[in-house]
Write a protein that binds this ligand. Structure first.
Ligand code: SF4
Length: 173
């Protein structure tokens, strides 16, 4: 068989496998249309370096980054059924990824996505959300040096899975 034909078949086969894998990921995660340029899950690890911002002293790894005509869109995948609206902690986590993308790419992502088992939410990265995130980060940093801080939630399940539960006198379970 002609070598060129063999090479073309191999390249075509690899391309098909990559396309099928990308399609599978897109189906399972409801990713926005665009090129997946980063994934932090399973075997689709094309890049494992976290996003990092010196200016905001922040680092993090979204589950996916998708390159779309609107910019780089972070996607966070959460297990479990979708709540009526995304949990505020998840929204702030996604906002942190938007801030990291904004700082790294010098282009603000218009939105990010939170994907639960049965539903995905587009969360607008608004100036108000950005401000809320920066305020929260400031408060968290101040609390790092405080002798004691209040519990920030009323969710027993979070305490159940918390590594500090044995030593925490504010635990709910
Ligand atoms: S055990 Fe304490 S530190 Fe852990 S989640 Fe509950 S309140 Fe927070």
């Amino acid at each position: 068989m002609d070598w060129l034909l063999i090479v073309a078949l191999i390249v075509g086969g690899v391309g098909l496998v990559l396309w099928l894998r990308a399609s599978k990921i897109r189906r399972e995660t409801a990713l926005p249309r665009g090129r997946v340029v980063y994934a932090d899950t399973g075997s689709w690890n094309r890049c494992t370096r976290p996003l990092f911002s010196d200016r905001y002293r922040l680092t993090g790894k979204p589950d996916y980054l998708v390159c779309t005509p609107e910019g780089l869109i972070p996607v966070e995948v959460k297990s479990g059924q979708a709540p009526v609206r995304p949990h505020q902690a998840h929204v702030l986590q996604l906002a942190a990824y938007c801030l990291l993308v904004e700082d790294q790419e010098t282009r603000r992502p218009p939105y990010g996505m939170i994907k639960y088992d049965d539903r995905a939410f587009e969360v607008d990265y608004t100036p108000a959300l950005r401000t809320e995130l920066l305020t929260t980060l400031g408060a968290m940093r101040r609390h790092l040096y405080a002798d004691d801080v209040n519990r920030s939630h009323h969710e027993p399940a979070r305490c159940q899975g918390c590594g500090y539960r044995e030593r925490c006198d504010r635990r709910l379970v």
